[in-house]
Write a protein that binds this ligand. Structure first.
Ligand code: OGA
Ligand code: NI
Length: 356
């Protein structure tokens, strides 16, 4: 076993226990009723009761876990299989080839192999791309500077089918993201389309993750503990497993068991702010192992850059005043992206910095 670069080594309290608990896991939610229900139905039917049950389940899962898995989600299995195949093919190439589409300060999406989470290097390599191109964002994270800029995708020459596979997959996932945002809105007692206006020019991106086998899985993590800063994350994971969620009830790290064809959904920081902490964004991390490489594909569903993120008026009143000051999503995103290229001594920008 060779020496592992100390950049990967987690502090003692953050090292994973390799025998992770399989105890009570995140809820599994069946979205089948969604396809049989149309919101314009005015007649109360059996499916209406089923739909109400679904909304309640989503609300419970968001409150208790901040995470849930969905099946019968309507995303075509071929599209997922195809992007998974192309991702394997892409990461299977030489480092030199992958670096041709490497991310840098100017081109902020593409291949990257030295990502750090909380200043410890992650045992992974990634390929990021915009779901809707270009992603329009402020040119500067500073307040008062109005100029905007565009982020465009860098597609590799090989594998030649990667681009189409990515585009077709995220088109499908975008539909699922809107459905889930509708259900979450309803679970908060809001109209299904309440969040729609925030996503008109959404700044969502998707990521292909590759976690190679690691000789020291007890010391390193694929991704260190973190919360997702967007609105909602939809993750496809393969059958290897490694994602762990910090259980709200006791702070225990719980393994999210792979379920074939299911997606893992988690509430991001923005839903936490919109709901004024009713639904919390929950910490998670990724364990690696010495035997098998692992692939996963998260889609980070993010609002338009000009969205001022703040607790919704309908969910606050004098007894439950807003817990956050409004912040610009675009400025926040740009500040975070900038931070990715420096090993910072201070923590990244986080929503608690906007707490009242
Ligand atoms: C992430 C993440 C989980 C996984 O990329 O933000 O939490 O299983 N990924 O890859
Ligand atoms: Ni995450």
């Amino acid at each position: 076993m060779g020496e592992v670069d100390p950049a990967f080594i987690q502090d003692v309290e953050h090292r994973p226990k390799l025998a992770a608990t399989h105890a009570e896991g995140i809820p599994l939610i069946d979205l089948a009723t969604l396809s049989s229900f149309s919101p314009s139905d005015s007649v109360v039917t059996a499916s209406d009761a089923a739909f109400k049950g679904l909304v309640a389940e989503i609300g419970e899962a968001c409150k208790k876990w901040g995470f849930f898995a969905v099946v019968n989600h309507g995303v075509a299995a071929e599209k997922r299989e195809r992007i998974e195949r192309e991702a394997r093919e892409f990461f299977g190439q030489s480092l030199e080839e992958k670096k041709k589409v490497r991310r840098d300060e100017k081109r902020v999406v593409g291949y990257y192999e030295t990502e750090h989470t909380k200043n410890v290097r992650d045992w992974k390599e990634v390929f990021d791309f915009a779901v809707r191109e270009p992603i329009v964002v402020p040119a500067s994270p500073k307040d008062g500077e109005e100029a905007i800029t565009e982020w465009i995708n860098q597609w590799p020459e090989y594998p030649p089918g990667l681009r189409e596979a990515c585009e077709e997959y995220t088109q499908e996932l975008e539909k699922l993201a809107y459905k889930l945002m509708g259900l979450i809105a309803q679970s908060l007692g809001l109209p299904a389309n309440r969040f729609g206006e925030f996503f008109k020019d959404h700044t969502s991106f998707a990521r292909l993750n590759h976690y190679p086998p690691c000789p020291t899985p007890h010391l390193a993590l694929g991704v260190g503990r973190h919360k997702d800063s967007g609105a909602l994350t939809i993750l496809a994971q393969d059958d290897v497993g490694g994602l762990q969620v910090k259980r709200k009830s006791d702070g225990e790290w719980i393994l999210v068991k792979p379920i074939p064809d299911a997606f893992i959904i988690n509430v991001g920081d923005i839903i936490q702010v919109w709901s004024n902490d009713m639904y919390e964004s929950v910490e998670h991390r990724v364990m690696v192992n010495s035997e098998r490489e692992r692939f996963s594909i998260p889609l980070f569903f993010n609002p338009s850059h000009y969205t001022m993120v703040q607790p919704l008026k309908e969910l606050t009143d004098e007894h439950n005043p807003p817990k956050y000051r409004p912040y610009s999503w675009g400025k926040f995103l740009v500040a975070r992206m900038g931070g990715n290229f420096k090993k910072l001594d201070v923590e990244n920008l986080q929503i608690y910095h906007f707490r009242v």
